[in-house]
Design a protein around this ligand. Structure first.
Ligand SMILES: [Zn+2]
Length: 241
């Protein structure tokens, strides 16, 4: 049984009740547990792992990391005695950490949408990868001449924030996304539903991260540097403020 990813349908959910399906040892006082459902976002797609706590029958564990491995979501626990299989646990994420991750991740998408509105993405700049952790960037294959203007990209991104546009999402097929999306990143899984993320009046992309409901919640974005790597890639470094 796969873990139901509650964060994909409601990224604002902070707590859940779940059943323990499997527990494996990881080291002294360290374990990993698979649950039937979870609000914990596993590290991936450039977004850092959620952290938080699990509690059960007078005991508890710190969740220090969550990882997706071959379709299974594993919660890495720090506790002397882990919950047994079949135990019902209460889980809660560190919401401040998650909300900051959601702001940084959403801001990365806004830079994408800003470059789309400026007419330079997905061509000639094709989105390839991103990191939404402490050193956040979005990377594109390709360069433009004249080089992208840092202030112009920042202004267009913050314009999207000022417009306070709404995001919506739904599950759909790869075939439908090929028709609907502005671009598709390489390596999307086949044979399973994918999430289509739509920014009102702008367009859709494929995305499995946690996203804010509206662009206004991002606050403000600072584009710190635009780098041309080996004349082949363009990297936009940014921070949320
Ligand atoms: Zn994303």
């Amino acid at each position: 049984m796969e873990t139901k990813p509650l964060y994909l349908t409601d990224p604002y959910l902070r707590e859940m009740q779940a059943e323990v399906l499997e527990v494996l040892p990881e080291g002294p006082n360290r374990w990993r547990a698979r649950l039937d459902q979870t609000v914990f976002y596993p590290m991936g797609g450039g977004q850092p792992t959620d952290q938080g706590r699990l509690e059960w029958a007078g005991a508890g564990a710190k969740v220090y990391q969550v990882m997706l491995k071959e379709g299974d979501i594993w919660h890495y626990l720090e506790t002397p005695e882990p919950p047994a299989t079949g135990t019902m646990v209460q889980g809660a994420i560190d919401w401040n950490r998650r909300f900051q991750n959601m702001r940084v991740h959403t801001a990365g998408h806004l830079i994408d949408y800003a470059l789309y509105r400026l007419g330079v993405s997905p061509k000639p700049l094709a989105p390839t990868k991103a990191d939404h952790g402490k050193k956040s960037f979005v990377q594109y294959s390709g360069t433009v001449s004249p080089a992208l203007d840092t202030a112009a990209v920042e202004a267009e991104t913050n314009r999207l924030i000022a417009e306070n546009l709404e995001f919506s999402w739904e599950f759909t097929s790869l075939e439908q996304l090929e028709k609907d999306a502005i671009y598709l990143q390489p390596g999307l899984p086949t044979g399973k539903p994918l999430r289509k993320l739509t920014l009102a009046s702008i367009g859709s992309v494929a995305d499995g991260g946690t996203i804010l409901r509206s662009t206004g919640e991002v606050g403000a974005v600072k584009v710190t540097r635009i780098e041309e790597k080996e004349g082949a890639d363009t990297v936009v470094w940014y921070q949320v403020q």
